[in-house]
Design a protein around this ligand. Sequence first.
Ligand code: ADP
Ligand code: NA
Length: 338
Amino acid sequence: TPAPRVLSGIQPTADSFHLGNYLGALRQWVALQDSHEAFYCVVDLHAITVRYEPEALRRRSKVSAAQLIAMGVDPERSALFLQSHVPEHAELAWVLGCLTGFGEAGRMTQFKDKSSKQGADATTVGLFTYPVLQAADILLYTPTPGPGERVFHVPVGEDQRQHLELTRTLAQRFNHRFGDTFVAPEAYIPQGAAKITDLQEPTAKMSKSASSPQGIIDVLEEPGPMRKKIMRAVTDTGTEVRFDEDNKAGVSNLMRIFAALEGGSVDDVERRYEGSGYGQFKKDLAEAVLDTFGPIRERTHELLGDEAELDRILARGAARASAVAAGTMEIVRERVGF
Ligand code: ADP
Ligand code: NA
């Protein structure tokens, strides 16, 4: 039997991914390749739902792809591509948008959050239909022509649950109206995915949109500044390296990072640093982060040094994705009456 499929996407909205992206999502992308036929997509269409600069977008799409390869996404095994290179994403989104209720889309909490921050006039229709495009991203790669041939997984964080639910609803609605076409995707909560918080505000999520430069660790950051940030991470007035999310959020976050990088548990970290203070712990943590990100940073720069080769890799990924997406759209077009 063929391997189950998995699809995941990430927005190219920064010049580097951060530690939260890596430990919460991207590291799992790499691992999933061993058990799945993977489709990994840099979702540049999603990135234009808010204000952006075209040159920055182009650069960030390439840097994102290079980082994914440097982290271990293998373009020989997996389809790695830019969303805009496969026009079926936008085409299916239109069809699905015509099956989505206005009120239904309006209940998406991520839209409500983002649009309330921006105000109605700065909020685009694209941001409103963002989850519909996400549904298209996923459903293009569900088994065709017949359902049920393969299990289909989409790695999701908590914040994406509602969008995945909408995707499932749209798959079922389409099938009901036009005949069995899509398999409703299942969420796959990857083993060992860790939620990482801000180094300066340890109760808030580490996030490219919310964190200050001192609160976020970029994958591509140079060793000097990276060490400094970790040494200056907010802890508490105590001295014990002890896991206690309520009273020691800062230390607990650093312990979670350490455990995730070393492949152990926070209990292991606690035992290892019994009796030693925060200083030694932070120094070792900085080295662990550098051991992981140093090679990724170097490989990313190498890949970016040969842009023609990177373009060829992405073109091959798009061709591979297109082969599936075009087949899906052929069925969809026929079923909806085009
Ligand atoms: P950001 O919050 O920086 O804008 P995104 O929302 O683009 O990041 O998230 C991209 C991926 O990284 C998602 O799968 C998300 O769940 C994951 N992710 C983002 N921040 C964190 C974090 N602090 N801890 C764990 N996972 C995270
Ligand atoms: Na975000």
